[in-house]
Write a protein that binds this ligand. Structure first.
Ligand code: OGA
Ligand code: ZN
Ligand code: ZN
Length: 394
């Protein structure tokens, strides 16, 4: 393939505006170094560069997905020649198969994997306690969310970062939450339905469907993948009681890490069992209540006392797990961490169910009625929607 017919399109739908210009390329043994006009230096390994060739032989033009496989070139592959073109692309003629690759500078810069670039790209949750969320709770109206992509994007980014956001003035019509959830994407169907009605029922198959207090919990910790976003739309809430309490599980986990390191270690490494038993289903999952990523960042919280199965870890871990679990729950009961909110008819609260624990007080049906509708949308649906909306905003 000659340079003239090399395909220069980026294998992505995301535009990569050129913010930095590459000034210089230095070749090393297994990688090259680019110096950008803002002084930043990026090291790109030859294997990485070959792997990320965007030419039409390596990427299927139609799908923008890779057809090339890195195992088909020698691990020692190197440039025979590498230079910056007049339009600021990195061009590499490889020492294998006469292949030529060229790299768009906007794409290359934004995929830099230097320590500082990775650190800058790292997402950080805005963790909250009672005081901060009372001041900063992201809130918008249903009309704005339904009609304006700009409002939707801002609200979704807040929802991602705070793990909670409110929509006000939502129609009291049942099933309205489907339309709102579909502004993000598909609803995640579960054994409780596409949407679920939170009402006291004679044949309740969950404590949620009674008038009892529901302690702080995440929904469906019994499932391999806990639902990401939970929507709760309040149609009626005029019975005495039934107030909502929400707690940022990431905040509790970070507090524990700092003040109770041993308990934090136990709760993030020893698994607990969660069971959900019904006439026609029997879901079980075993996992840690605090989930960490490879950098030890908290990425998930999984807890519901009423759905716990018997602890089934080796005897020498049992007491440590009980202590750690109790420590977490006791912290969630402290008022300084609790967002106390009485849902009003027409409120729709949305929160990251893999992060924020929710509870409700018992209510008294002799004094009025209470009816919420709920549904779930997975976390990656939210992130996908944000990325697509951001394409237009870039
Ligand atoms: C639930 C739930 C909260 C409420 O249905 O899982 O937590 O306020 N409901 O009834
Ligand atoms: Zn190629
Ligand atoms: Zn719940």
């Amino acid at each position: 393939m000659t340079l003239a017919d090399a395909h220069t399109e980026i294998a992505s739908f995301t535009p990569y505006p050129i913010k930095q210009i590459p000034l210089n390329v230095q070749l090393g043994n297994e990688s090259l170094l680019i110096t950008w006009d803002n002084g930043h230096e990026s090291e790109y390994h030859y294997l990485w560069l070959r792997d990320n060739c965007h030419c039409s032989e390596c990427i299927a033009t139609l799908t923008r997905e890779q057809v090339f496989e890195i195992c088909d070139v020698p691990e020692t592959i190197k440039p025979q020649e590498a230079y910056l073109s007049d339009d600021n692309r990195l061009v590499i003629k490889w020492d294998h198969a006469d292949h030529i690759s060229q790299y768009h500078p906007g794409w290359l810069f934004s995929h830099c994997y230097s320590d500082s670039a990775l650190k800058a790209k790292q997402w950080h949750a805005k963790v909250w306690d009672k005081e901060t969320i009372h001041q900063e709770l992201p809130t918008n109206t249903c009309v704005n969310i339904m009609q304006s992509d700009q409002h939707l994007l801002t609200w979704l980014k807040d929802l991602r970062d705070y793990g909670i956001a409110l929509i006000k003035s939502v129609e009291r019509e049942p099933n309205t939450l489907i339309k709102v959830a579909n502004r993000i994407s598909f609803i995640r169907e579960t054994n409780f339905g596409t949407i679920f009605n939170v009402q006291a029922k004679a044949d309740a198959n969950s404590t949620a469907y009674t008038d009892l207090r529901l302690p702080l919990h995440t929904d469906l910790p019994t499932r391999e993948l806990q639902p990401g976003l939970q929507f709760l739309h309040c149609l009626v809430n005029d019975a005495a009681g039934g107030e909502s309490i929400l707690v940022d599980g990431f905040k509790i986990a970070e507090h524990m890490r700092e003040h109770y390191p041993e308990e934090f270690e136990s709760l993030s490494s020893i698994p607990m069992a969660f069971y959900n038993k019904d006439k026609h289903s029997d879901y079980r999952f075993r996992g840690t209540a605090i989930v960490l990523d490879e950098k030890k960042q908290v990425i998930e919280v999984r807890l519901a006392n009423f759905l716990r199965g018997p602890i089934d870890v080796p005897g020498h871990q049992t007491i440590a797990l009980y202590k750690a679990y109790s420590c977490f729950i006791r912290l969630t009961r402290e008022e300084r961490f609790q967002f106390f909110h009485r849902l009003n008819s027409g409120d729709l609260i949305v929160f990251d169910n893999r992060r924020v624990l929710h509870a409700r007080n018992a209510f008294d049906l002799k004094t009025g009625s209470r009816h919420l509708q709920g549904c779930y949308v997975d976390r990656d649906e939210l992130l996908s929607r944000i990325r697509v909306l951001e394409r237009d905003a870039l």
